[in-house]
Design a protein around this ligand. Structure first.
Ligand code: GRF
Length: 214
């Protein structure tokens, strides 16, 4: 059965587009039923509309607390019958109520090799720390930020002369490979959450790794 999923964005939406392409070429047995942005000016919104996707903007009202915004967001997603929510550059911390409701059906993509470099500005911090490898991770979302079980990672080796821009571009290319793969697994029933563990084909996924040059 084809998976109905929602994608939440705040910006460019290149991961949302990668997911959409994967539904079109059959890598994901499913379709995006709703693209929701918390910013009316997110470039990804226009791109989604061009592709004919259902889009909406949901901005927190002045003074609205996170819990109330989260409830409205969950209502919006449920309206479209989504069975999975994919966060794709959604720059808002979701409230506990939302995360608990969608637990096991809520994925995120993060630009680092988790558990290293949770949070923001990962490329800069990787460079400052003198790391030799970097990458990105798809993980199930739990209440603690960027702490949920990892499903798949993309990994690259730093090159002389790498800067934030080059790392961002290289990491994004990997993101566009691994996110559709993770959602495709979920859609086909191969990926599931059980008691806080990401199971792929019934076993702890232990984080599958895609190397940049593979
Ligand atoms: C990605 O780098 C993702 O890892 C992070 O936000 C960025 C979103 O990029 N969570 P895009 O909007 O999908 O192009």
């Amino acid at each position: 059965m084809s998976l109905r999923f929602a994608v939440l964005i705040s910006g460019r939406g290149s991961n949302m587009l990668a997911l959409e392409h994967a539904t079109r070429d059959g890598r994901i047995d499913g379709r995006i039923v709703s693209v929701v942005s918390d910013r009316a000016d997110a470039p990804g919104l226009a791109a989604a509309q061009t592709l004919g996707l259902e889009t909406s903007v949901l901005e927190p009202a002045g003074g609205e607390d996170r819990g109330s915004f989260g409830k409205r967001l969950a209502d919006r997603i449920r309206e479209h019958g989504a069975e999975l929510v994919a966060l794709a550059g959604f720059m808002r911390i979701l409230p506990g109520g939302f995360v608990r409701e969608w637990q096991g059906r809520l994925l995120n993509i993060h630009p680092s090799l988790l558990p290293a470099f949770r949070g923001l500005h990962t490329h800069r911090r990787v460079l400052e720390a003198g790391e030799r490898v970097h990458g990105c991770s798809v993980h199930f979302v739990v209440e603690e930020l960027d702490a949920g079980p990892t499903v798949i990672q993309g990994r690259l080796s730093l090159r002389p002369g790498d800067d934030e821009n080059s790392l961002s571009a290289r990491v994004q290319r990997l993101e566009h490979i691994i996110y559709p793969r993770a959602v495709g697994w979920f859609a086909s029933g191969r990926l599931a959450w059980r008691d806080g563990v990401a199971l792929l084909d019934g076993r702890d996924s232990g984080s599958v790794i895609v190397e940049e040059d593979s």
